[in-house]
Design a protein around this ligand. Structure first.
Ligand code: HEC
Ligand code: HEC
Length: 340
């Protein structure tokens, strides 16, 4: 800003604010003050420092700077009517409004701001709920500086529509990858199936917060690549295995979402890069469903043999639990079949 403009803006400031404040004797003030150069130097310094403060606030500490992180890591859950605790993080006004428990940010007080406490894990469950990984130190510092700076908005595109969670749909014929199903798992499942979820520890120790945890073979597998019918995850969202998931349903998943997850499993439960999941041959499974004639569990053919122990004389039509191991081709070699 050049000197001319600074003098102009100081003059505007004088005309708009100081002048009306001075009652009467205006002509006298006008005659004396503008000719007094000390006054103008003071005004220029004042306006310049105000502008500096504003540009600092508009530099790297505004809501606009946080928006990309929020969109990538938070909005998938914290948006729309089902936002946890009513906390929407998809626009400035909602973030300031906070949750049903009250504000989550206090201007100038990062230590007392619940949002910062959640990012650092001082309050539990730590956010984002899909972590680990949580935010990096420098990302968290960005949020802290924003709170310290007094929650400036910055230049967020005014007219852009509110951000929607990015539910990607594969085009017809395109293979389904983890990128397509992750938003469903994050919004509908991860609030419980996380390290410290709504119900405490993840139910059955099963975390749906990352690709690796979803596919984990550590105790037993719930996703059998290529075999939706042998995947307890698919059986649960269909309601073949009970209790049906999500546990807090209805509403359960839409038919489209269920089909998308079935297709993902059928096509090899590919990771975000499209790579087919490793074959979990030898891993154990535990499945639930209705026994059908010919030793089928709903649609799934079971490998029953001398290795199978059958309890409580289950008959077709009975709800049963199946425990077994996967062979090389993903067939379920049943160790135990029990009426429930
Ligand atoms: C997978 C879904 C999910 C994601 C992703 C997620 N959250 Fe949450 N968040 C929740 C749930 C569920 C709760 C309620 C947990 C509780 O406190 O009982 C919650 C609670 C919160 C709270 C506490 C509100 C209050 O008033 O106590 C804050 C703050 C918060 N989240 C911020 C974030 C931020 C910031 C991000 C991104 C960095 C994020 N969350 C990502 C699901 C999520
Ligand atoms: C409100 C909490 C909650 C939500 C949300 C939720 N679950 Fe569950 N989930 C549970 C509980 C509790 C169990 C244990 C139920 C039982 O079998 O008695 C469970 C069990 C499961 C199991 C069985 C795990 C095993 O080892 O056999 C699978 C698979 C599963 N959930 C998948 C999902 C999926 C997929 C979603 C989202 C579409 C989901 N859950 C949403 C609470 C939840």
């Amino acid at each position: 800003m050049n000197l001319r403009a600074e003098i102009d803006s100081a003059r505007e400031y004088f005309d708009a604010i100081l002048k009306p404040a001075i009652h009467g004797r205006v002509s006298c003030v006008r005659r004396i003050v503008p000719s007094h150069w000390h006054f103008w130097v003071f005004m220029i310094l004042l306006v310049t420092s105000m502008q500096e403060a504003r540009s600092q606030a508009g530099g790297s500490n505004t809501f606009a700077d946080l928006k990309p992180v929020l969109t990538q890591r938070c909005v998938m859950c914290h948006s729309g009517n089902a936002a946890p605790l009513g906390l929407r993080l998809d626009n400035y006004e909602s973030v300031l409004k906070g949750s049903t428990r009250g504000p989550v940010v206090e201007a100038g007080d990062p230590v007392g701001s619940e949002l910062i406490r959640r990012l650092k894990g001082i309050s539990q469950p730590r956010m984002p709920m899909t972590g680990p990984p949580f935010l990096s130190d420098s990302e968290i510092a960005l949020f802290e500086r924003w709170v310290t700076a007094g929650l400036p908005k910055g230049s967020v595109a005014q007219d852009s529509p509110p951000a929607k969670p990015a539910i990607l749909r594969p085009a017809a014929g395109e293979t389904v990858t983890y990128l397509h199903v992750a938003p469903i798992l994050a919004t509908r499942c991860a609030k419980c199936h996380a390290e410290k979820g709504l119900m405490g520890a993840a139910p059955e120790g099963y975390r749906l917060t990352s690709y690796d945890s979803t596919l984990s073979t550590a105790d037993r597998v719930r996703v059998v690549p290529g075999k939706p019918d042998a995947s307890e995850l698919v059986r649960r969202i269909r309601g073949h295995a009970l209790p049906r998931m999500p546990f807090d349903g209805p509403p359960y998943l839409s038919d489209d979402d269920i089909r998308l997850i079935e297709d993902w499993v059928a096509q090899g439960a590919r990771d975000a890069n499209g790579k087919v999941a490793p074959n979990p041959a030898g891993a154990s499974v535990r499945l639930h469903g209705t026994l059908r004639s010919g030793w089928r569990l709903d649609e799934l053919e079971l490998a029953i043999g001398a290795h199978t122990r059958i309890d409580k004389s289950p008959r077709p039509g009975d709800y049963v639990e199946v425990r077994g191991r996967l062979d090389e081709t993903g067939n379920v070699k049943v160790g135990r079949l029990r009426r429930r």
